[in-house]
Design a binder for this molecule. Structure first.
Ligand code: PEP
Ligand code: CO
Length: 433
């Protein structure tokens, strides 16, 4: 197959902005092509090796972060809290499974969103949809919704700073992870989720090192001009690496095998993932695998299932069975968020009990089909937002408006995220026994 980092331009493509000023766009992209990489090949290779372990059932993939990062909510505390909650969750999972948890943030580049509708209507006015801060503005005005290439550079710099802060947080050990134990005790979760031995383990600060060892970034590779500009050839191997994130995924809406996104990612060496929704056909999965992982490499390709709590039991067993028969090396992860979105009083939300149910079904189906449930993919935050209903923080439909900040999909708040981690810990334990 003829592949170059710009050959995706010859394929049909979905979910792209139309920039009114192409000359300006090209100027920006020419600049970006020469900018320093955001992530480095050695780190990408470390993630590849870690994912090989996941594909063998020897480690677990924890991927999570904002639905969409924003220019407006860019501050030190939010980044630290996101990093901290991911570490706390991984702490819970590490100790329950007694194996490594590979931590991958939806962070430092998660700026572009696929939209189910091209347009948005508000009080009788119709404007192009918000597509993420890297493309256009959230404000409901004609001007803000015009795609602006300058935003691409702003997203690059914000990603660079975010990465720098995360790297510092790990190096300086700025984070106190003891909050996990306090949370478990405060909510009387000890007996339900965590044994005496585990809680001793959790409280041991000396284990900090194992938790904080490596942290990786990921985002949806949606805005291909940005991804192309940050893709470079490795002189040593002649392989192409994308330097915008360690891991990239293709969304449910752009995974057509004849189109640009699949073609683009087929040529890069980074680990990749594909979101899989309830309408998928087995044939699609086989063809995607053939294109994205033709050599059946371990750890290269992750399927992130997002079926919805009410559908997963009907659909997933057959998928697991067929893919297992083919002898494919795949990582299976569960995104219990995107199949469970509802609207309440005009706000998008998700019920914690549906999220928990989809996760539980995923593990149970995997166990009964004899495949390894290798990871979880979440939209979450380290803040006390009120975007998802239920869970320990007991958010009701009436509370939703109190602290609803997400510009796109609703995220688990800090307590809901910890609660879910404890639930997953229990499910992992079942297979480890
Ligand atoms: C997302 O992860 O934010 C997303 C849009 O997911 P999906 O492609 O599964 O709908
Ligand atoms: Co989302």
């Amino acid at each position: 197959m003829n592949w170059s980092k710009s050959s995706w331009r010859n394929y049909p493509i979905k979910q792209q902005p139309i920039y009114p000023n192409q000359y300006h766009l090209n100027q920006i992209l020419n600049k970006l092509e020469k900018f320093p990489p955001l992530v480095f090949i050695e780190e990408i290779k470390n993630l590849q090796n870690a994912l090989i372990k996941v594909s063998r059932g020897e480690a677990f993939l924890l991927q999570g972060g904002d639905c969409v990062e924003s220019f407006e909510n860019f501050n030190f505390l939010d980044i630290c809290n996101m990093f901290k909650i991911l570490l706390q969750m991984s702490m819970i999972l590490t100790f329950s499974g007694n194996f490594p948890v590979i931590k991958v943030g939806r962070i430092a580049g998660q700026f572009a969103k696929p939209r189910s509708s091209e347009f948005e209507e508000y009080q009788g006015e119709i404007l192009p949809s918000f597509r993420g801060d890297i493309i256009n503005g959230f404000g409901f005005s004609k001007n803000e919704r015009i795609p602006d290439p300058d935003r691409i550079l702003k997203a690059y710099y914000q990603s660079l700073t975010t990465l720098k802060l995360i790297r510092n947080c790990s190096k300086e050990k700025l984070l106190d992870l003891n909050g996990v134990l306090e949370f478990i005790e405060k909510n009387n979760l000890n007996n339900e989720y965590i044994s005496e031995k585990d809680s001793q383990f959790l409280s041991a600060q000396k284990n900090y090192e194992t938790i904080i060892d490596a942290f990786y970034t990921s985002h949806e590779a949606l805005l291909l001009p940005y991804e192309e500009a940050l893709t470079r050839v490795d002189d040593l191997s002649g392989q192409f690496y994308n330097h915008s994130a360690h891991m990239l995924w293709i969304g449910e809406r752009t995974r057509d095998i004849h189109e640009a996104h699949v073609h683009f990612l087929s040529g890069i060496k980074n680990p990749i993932a594909v979101k899989i929704g309830p309408n998928v056909q087995i044939d699609d999965l086989l063809q995607i695998t053939q294109i994205l992982n033709p050599n059946n490499e371990e750890g290269r390709l992750t399927f992130i299932m997002r079926m919805g709590a009410d559908q997963i039991d009907k659909i997933l067993p057959n998928i697991f069975r067929k893919l297992k028969q083919e002898g494919l090396n795949l990582i299976y992860s569960i995104d219990p968020m995107h199949g469970n979105t509802i609207k309440v009083n005009d706000l998008k939300t998700r019920e914690f009990k549906k999220i928990a149910k989809e996760v539980q079904s995923f593990f149970e189906i995997a166990y009964s089909e004899g495949v390894y449930p290798g990871g979880i993919h979440l939209e979450m935050t380290g803040k006390k937002v009120t975007e998802c209903i239920g869970g320990i923080s007991n958010i009701t439909e009436r509370n939703l408006k109190e602290y609803y900040e997400s510009k796109c999909d609703p995220r688990l708040n800090v307590e809901q995220a910890l609660e879910l981690a404890l639930l997953v810990a229990n499910l992992i334990k079942k297979v480890k026994i």
